[in-house]
Design a protein around this ligand. Structure first.
Ligand code: NDP
Length: 433
């Protein structure tokens, strides 16, 4: 904290991990003696660069670009790019730190990284987004590579942005390699990658529910966000017989009192991904209540899937969820719950999955995209979905194996220990580097 006082999100992520790992570290002092934690909290490399571009009015705009290469002990750096005005080095360090554990949990050989820019794609034309992406990649390309660092999407970086970034990388490097994941199907992308984080989150929650002899069938499910993760989480919930009672964006929450319908889901996909409109418009179109400036957590629900952004569910929200009888929280977003909220869930003994376990489906499927590219093969949607499902079940098993506490499973402890051990053992084997 003294070295980097202005990085609250990074401190929060480290505190959550170290707090739950502490008894394990005390019982295994060789990790402490080798300075594993001290090394894990310091990125192997942080890259910061200027991103100049020209807007549609001919004005020069300047943004800041970043890539945090956090840990490569078990594989090339891997993690998304985020384009959002709130991006700064502390936010990206928190995301990169979480990514190290998450990637380890997938059991695939991927190290951890994260990057992005404070560029805001909202309200920008396709041409402006393209010029920005080309300028961003003009610097980033020299720091990444198929066996070095493989970025993907995150908030504000979807299929459109990945396409522009990939095109510029290919042009600069004169190589067609698997340097980005989340690519379009026509140029090396994997089926099920767009669905993977949302589906994976629901598969993980399904495993937790199964362990309590329960299921999604007939349950009311509150979802926050309305972007990539939220969209496919909602689809899978409906497929499993659950009722989606909410979606949200930074302006407010849509409350589907009777549950979202398939027709409404199709409208959402067009609204957010093609027309790039706001949720409020969907409320007006279908006569669904839009609660301006409100989060979904005060709505009665059985299951909550926070799928928007960090710290979007605080202590007050957690109390409201518990009061309304919520039995399961599975995080689709990264660190959506504050430390206070996490403590309340753990104290209450409900099923609670931290994002590094429950949202690992996205990066797992990115790993599968890299495998397909390396083999110059293309798996069917069924094959990828089956592998994704299997990976989420194996992450659940790993959490159960390491998370036993007073006769129940603490998924925070389980995910942190399971993710830590593989990376720490690789670091030990590779010496002080
Ligand atoms: P998108 O950009 O597709 O969607 C983000 C959604 O979250 C939008 O509905 C957005 O609303 C909302 N949102 C963003 N910032 C805020 C904020 N400050 N307050 C309220 N709402 C906000 O991103 P993704 O769906 O890809 O990512 C969502 C979360 O999931 C992030 O935490 C991301 O790191 C995590 N994640 C994503 C993965 C992926 O594969 N995409 C993989 C693993 C984790 P608005 O449009 O109004 O900004």
């Amino acid at each position: 904290k003294q070295r980097d006082p202005h990085q609250p999100e990074f401190h929060q992520a480290v505190e959550e991990v170290v707090r739950s790992l502490w008894p394990f570290l005390e019982a295994h002092p060789h990790y402490m003696q080798a300075g594993i934690i001290e090394r894990m909290v310091e990125p192997e490399r942080s890259i910061i660069f200027r991103v100049p571009w020209v807007d549609d009015q001919g004005r020069v705009q300047v943004n800041r670009g970043f890539r945090i290469q956090m840990n490569s002990a078990i594989g090339p750096y891997k993690g998304g790019l985020r384009f959002h005005p709130s991006v700064n080095i502390g936010v990206l360090k928190f995301l990169a730190f979480e990514q190290v554990f998450k990637n380890s949990l997938t059991s695939l050989p991927m190290g951890g990284g994260k990057g992005g820019s404070d560029f805001n794609p909202k309200g920008k034309s396709d041409n402006e987004v393209m010029r920005f992406c080309q300028s961003f990649m003009t610097e980033l390309y020299r720091h990444i590579g198929a066996d070095l660092d493989v970025p993907a999407g995150d908030i504000g970086v979807g299929g459109r942005e990945i396409g522009f970034l990939f095109g510029q990388y290919k042009r600069l490097s004169n190589q067609f390699t698997s340097v980005l994941t989340g690519k379009g199907l026509a140029y090396g992308g994997s089926l099920i990658r767009p669905e993977a984080t949302g589906y994976g989150c629901v598969y993980f929650a399904e495993e937790m529910l199964k362990s309590s002899h329960s299921s999604f069938d007939g349950k009311r499910v509150a979802i926050s966000g309305s972007g990539n993760v939220a969209q496919y989480a909602a689809q899978k919930v409906m497929e499993l017989g659950g009722r989606v009672v909410s979606l949200s964006d930074s302006g407010g929450t849509l409350h589907f009192a009777d549950g979202m319908t398939a027709e409404q889901w199709t409208y959402l996909m067009d609204l957010k991904n093609v027309r790039r409109g706001r949720l409020e418009e969907m409320g007006t179109h279908f006569g669904v209540t839009y609660l301006a400036d409100q989060r979904p957590w005060s709505l009665p629900c059985d299951i909550a899937l926070p799928c928007a952004t960090q710290n979007e569910l605080d202590g007050e929200d957690a109390r409201a969820l518990l009061k309304n009888g919520c039995i399961c929280v599975a995080e689709g977003a990264n660190m959506p719950s504050t430390l206070e909220a996490v403590d309340l869930f753990l104290e209450a003994g409900i099923l609670y999955a931290p994002g590094k376990a429950s949202n690992a489906g996205g990066v797992a499927c990115s790993g599968l995209e890299m495998s397909q590219n390396a083999m110059r093969l293309h798996w069917t949607a069924g094959e990828v979905d089956t592998k994704l499902h299997g990976i989420m079940q194996s992450i659940h098993h790993a959490c159960v194996a390491h998370g036993e506490e007073n006769g129940r499973i603490n998924y925070v402890k389980g995910a942190n220990i399971a993710g830590f051990v593989k990376v720490a053992d690789a670091m030990l084997a590779q010496g002080v580097v």
